[in-house]
Design a protein around this ligand. Sequence first.
Ligand code: BES
Ligand code: MN
Ligand code: ZN
Length: 514
Amino acid sequence: MAERVPQLRVDSGKVSAWSGECLVVGVYEGGQVQEAAAQALGKEALQAVQQLLEQGWMRGKADEQLLIPVPFTGMAATRLLLIGLGKQEEMTLEKLRLCGGQIMQVASKKNVRSLLLLLSLDQHVAKHPSSSKGSKRRRELRAMAEGAALACYRFNHYRSKNEDEETLPQELVFAVARDEVSACRDLLGQVAKVVQGVFLARDLGNHPANVATPDYLAKVAQEMAQRLPIKTTILDEKALRKQGMNTLLGVGQGSCHPPRLIVMEYRKGGDHPPVVLVGKGITFDSGGISLKPGDKMEEMKFDMSGGAAVFGVMQAAAELQWPINLVGIVPAAENMPDGKAQRPGDIVHSAKGLFVEVINTDAEGRLILADALHHAESFNPAAIIDLATLTGACVVALGSQCAGLLGNDDRLIAALRQAGDESGERVWPLPMYPEYQELLKSPVADVKNIGNREAGTITGACFLSRFVDKERRWAHLDIAGMAIDMNGKRSYVPKGCVGYGVRLLCQLIEDQWL
Ligand code: BES
Ligand code: MN
Ligand code: ZN
């Protein structure tokens, strides 16, 4: 995994002495060369570049690029990549991420091994609204590096040969001033770890359901405990029965791959109460007896993307040695139809003690989360945040631009929104008025697992809320529309599992708890 993240370096030396392959120069729309490059290249080289621009080789629009032999003398580097940035006043962190990704896409297609970025990363976005940590330079460098590194993800486990004949760049060097070398180096080190967390999440999501079973996820968690300061506990079927986790067991009972509750504890925060992350880990969602239609059913291998994100955050936190207490919980099960499968109408006794009437076996995510959230309570956490590909209704409501955000704590919701805007993994709030809870009244049990057709994302969250203590700070992210991207239109997101949530939660933790 790790080797796919290119080396992210800084260099404060002379450009002419840099012994790598390709110089990268940013050009704004209209053909204006960025200040950083203008200075680094010197007068003659700059003139050569400006001449190309005047000749109309490129205009500097955001999706433009031009890779050419270095059109001036005196450089060790042999290639020059001009990268379009669009209008300077319209620059955003997300555009910098996309630009970073674009650079790596060109480089990998053209087999460029090493790049030196002569970019101005301090003049676009306004200061972070409430964080003193976020200087412009820091945030822009981070976005660009993140985009570039994230674009280097490949999932080739199941290809016998490398058909694209591409070579990923090995080294990405940012040209920075001498007095910024050490701060930038630290920052890039952090970016690399977070990106590795995203790659882990993407891998787990992209493995098919015949490989990534609940037991497979459990083994990955155990392997993480071997290599990092993480304590992993796995509850197998027997242990789940002992704990009375029947809503989790019920969902898994139709599969030949038995369910697991995966608990990962990272404790470097003294005696502070932990933050608990809970991620839905349905390794395949056929719908169960309430079977889904066949079209696109293969995409339901991604129904453990919330769980995958929790793995990614746990790895990043441990790798970065963050001074916090963090617990990751992933209820893992496969939702299948079978002679032994759970039926509509079944009533199951959850670990919390509530009886649940299962009206629809396809509303399984909330069932496995019910027992997992109850387990989260046993850690007496400072906050619980869950991520789940929970409802198709969320995809209808918000599309694939932001996750649905619900919860019971305005401060946590505001913090998540801010982390979403900063990381580019956006979230948008939906209401949880108490009246919605009435839709979950069962004629026979304490609660039923679906409402009517109205407000599907909200009733999903309302169901979850029954398993969280009233006073507990809790937020739920419905990531159904965010977990996968089958378009490949964003330069830093290859087709498949996005790894959504890892960057969002790392940002949140940095903002709130570091
Ligand atoms: N995993 C699905 C939700 C989903 C749908 C995720 C599309 C990603 C893309 C979830 O388990 C599910 O089936 N939800 C049902 C709930 C309904 C039965 C109340 C849904 O959304 O149809
Ligand atoms: Mn389902
Ligand atoms: Zn599901």
